[in-house]
Structure formats: structure tokens, C-alpha cells
Design a binder for this molecule. Structure first.
Ligand code: SF4
Length: 346
């Protein structure tokens, strides 16, 4: 297929080669005032976060690795995530559920995270494998054709995610050749607090372990701010070119505004690997508008054109979604990708 956009992942390669620390390691070296953490006042914490992020960006640009401190910007991010859990705004559904008291929002995930599996995944993009992937339970979408519905639709399935244990498991994975830690589900958003606690529990051995946020990109603005300075790669789904298809097939409102906003933000704060799963019969409403937006707004981004749609879960209830892509649809998508000058792989 077409030439790959490998140069976009220059930072990722530098981290792997040891010439740059992972972002979470730099974040660990940015000191914050302990008094803010004790007060637990959200507005004050956000102000401290903004100051910390300014120092983070300076250190990152100068390729500095400040000594680890306590409390650090990473501690502050975790404190904010734990506060947000009391009125959940981890994703743009903004349910407001107090998950610390057992309330649940749309995703159905409680205060405690669970995960279905973790392993060195060999099926991700070639640049990522082996990718130590953690499959958290539950999802913020309800896709009619969900390919992972056994995990995504059952938020209470799997094992309890203990951040310290998970951190040790990720470190062990490095000894077996993992090139990154990859947080997915379902979707990782409902587990933001657990993922930040896991990252905080990582030891020095993980200073050059890049972190991957593998998401539907319906993340809230606040959660995006917390993830900036922690995640190195945004492995981002972009699936719908309009809000009607998103509403009908994934039960979500305002898809395009949120996802495009987050993609632009992700591109400023890390490296984006975009995944475009082609849907059967959605060339004019989804495939082409997505390609047009990407070519205009993120030219040259790493673009994975995915042909593997299969009619899982409740796909047969939606006319036209009960089949795989036709050879003609594949050919047309490739032609469109070339026409929009996307630097794609498939
Ligand atoms: S993660 Fe999203 S869907 Fe789940 S409770 Fe929080 S805001 Fe709602």
C-alpha cells in the first residue's frame, strides 16, 4: 500500500531509543505545592495544574529530565481525576455520577476499574508491537456493531485493576519486549483515575516506556488536559463523518465537534496514530467527510485505513450494517485516500 507516515512518530522512536524520556517521566519531575493537594479544591488545583503544565512544556521542549519530586504534577493530575470521579466528567457525556458513592453513568463503570485482559498484543500497528495492552471493561459508546462487546458492554466483568499490581505487570512486560503500555477497553476514559494511579506507580525502569491512549476520542476537555504530559501516543478512532450516523450507530450526541476538537488537541500534545474503520455503505456520509477533514486539518498524520469491519453484536438490527465491506468499497476508499493525499497504511 502507500508509503507509511513513519516520520510522524519521531518522538516515540526517540523515547524507545533512550534519547528522550517518556512524557510521564518528565511530569514526575515537575514539582507542585503540597498545600494545593491537601485542600482538594478543584479550581485551585486546576490553576496549579496550568502552572505545572507550563513547566512541563518547557522541560519537554528543552529535552530535560528533571529529577523526580514529590508531590509532582503527576500527583496533582491524579488528585484532580479523583475529585472528578465524584461528579464524573471523564468523557463528554458528562454524566455527573458520583462514582465514589456507587453511582454509575452511561458507561456503567463504578468507582473501581476492572480489566478483562492484559498481554503483549501483536495485532496493533507495526510501529507499536509488541504493545502491552490493557483491556479495561466498559465503554462510553454503545456501538451497534461493537467488535469487543463482551468487554465493552459488561463493565463489571474481569479482574479488579489494582494500580500498583498493574504497574508491576507493565514493568514485567518490558522485560519480555513490550515497546509501550497501551490503555484501551472498551474505552479507557472511565478508568482515567486508575490509569493515572498506575502510571504514578511505575518505577524508574519505565522511564522510557511510551504510553498509548487507545480511545474513541470522546474524552472530555478536562480529561484531555490531565492526559497531556502523560500520554505519548494517541491511538485515535475517527469513524463518523456526521452526527446522525454517530447517534444512530453509537448512541452518542455531538460526535464530530468533540472528536475533531480532541484530535487537534492531541496533535499538539503528542503524536497521533489515527484509525479509520470503514463502515459498509458509509462512503459519502462518513468516509469522505473524515478524509476531507483530516487532509485539511491534520495533513500528514499517521493514518490507518481499516477494512476489517465485521457485523458483530447487534449490527443486523441496522439496515446495511449486516455485511462486510465489498471489494468495490475498499477500492473506492483507497482511491479517496489517495485523492486526499493521506499518508495512509491499511
Ligand atoms: S466516563 Fe463518561 S459515561 Fe462514564 S460515568 Fe463518566 S461521564 Fe459518564
Amino acid at each position: 500500500m502507500a508509503a507509511m507516515g513513519r516520520e510522524q512518530l519521531a518522538e516515540y522512536r526517540s523515547i524507545l531509543q533512550g534519547s528522550k524520556p517518556a512524557r510521564h517521566r518528565v511530569c514526575r519531575g515537575v514539582e507542585v505545592d503540597a498545600a494545593f493537594l491537601e485542600k482538594r479544591e478543584e479550581e485551585a488545583l486546576w490553576k496549579a495544574h496550568e502552572r505545572g503544565m507550563r513547566r512541563f512544556r518547557e522541560a519537554w521542549e528543552l529535552n530535560e529530565t528533571p529529577p523526580a519530586v514529590s508531590p509532582s504534577l503527576l500527583d496533582l493530575k491524579l488528585a484532580l481525576a479523583e475529585l472528578m470521579l465524584e461528579s464524573c466528567r471523564f468523557c463528554e457525556r458528562r454524566c455527573g455520577a458520583d462514582r465514589t458513592r456507587g453511582e454509575r453513568g452511561f458507561c456503567g463503570v463504578g468507582g473501581e476499574s476492572r480489566f478483562a485482559s492484559q498481554f503483549l498484543h501483536m495485532g496493533e500497528e507495526p510501529e507499536l508491537v509488541p504493545s502491552h495492552t490493557v483491556f479495561f471493561s466498559g465503554c462510553t459508546f454503545s456501538c451497534a456493531y461493537c467488535q469487543n462487546w463482551d468487554i465493552a458492554m459488561h463493565p463489571d466483568s474481569g479482574s479488579r485493576a489494582d494500580p500498583r499490581l498493574l504497574a508491576r505487570v507493565l514493568e514485567e512486560g518490558m522485560q519480555h519486549g513490550s515497546r509501550n503500555a497501551n490503555f484501551v477497553g472498551g474505552n479507557p476514559d472511565p478508568h482515567l483515575h486508575t490509569i493515572l494511579a498506575t502510571v504514578r506507580a511505575l518505577g524508574e525502569a519505565a522511564d522510557h516506556l511510551p504510553l498509548v491512549w487507545n480511545s474513541n476520542m470522546f474524552t472530555s476537555e478536562e480529561a484531555m488536559r490531565l492526559l497531556e504530559g502523560v500520554m505519548d501516543i494517541w491511538l485515535a478512532d475517527f469513524r463518523y463523518g456526521n452526527d446522525d450516523c454517530a447517534r444512530r450507530l453509537s448512541d452518542v450526541e455531538g460526535y464530530t465537534r468533540v472528536v475533531t476538537r480532541n484530535l487537534l488537541r492531541a496533535a499538539e500534545s503528542g503524536e497521533v496514530m489515527l484509525r479509520h474503520l470503514l463502515l459498509p455503505g458509509h462512503r459519502d456520509c462518513c468516509t469522505e467527510p473524515i478524509m476531507r477533514w483530516v487532509s485539511e486539518n491534520l495533513p500528514g498524520v499517521y493514518y490507518n485505513l481499516m477494512f476489517q469491519y465485521r457485523p458483530e453484536y447487534r449490527a443486523s438490527l441496522h439496515p446495511g450494517m449486516d455485511r462486510r465491506l465489498s471489494p468495490e468499497e475498499r477500492r473506492e476508499a483507497l482511491e479517496l485516500a489517495r485523492r486526499y493525499r493521506l499518508d495512509f497504511t491499511s
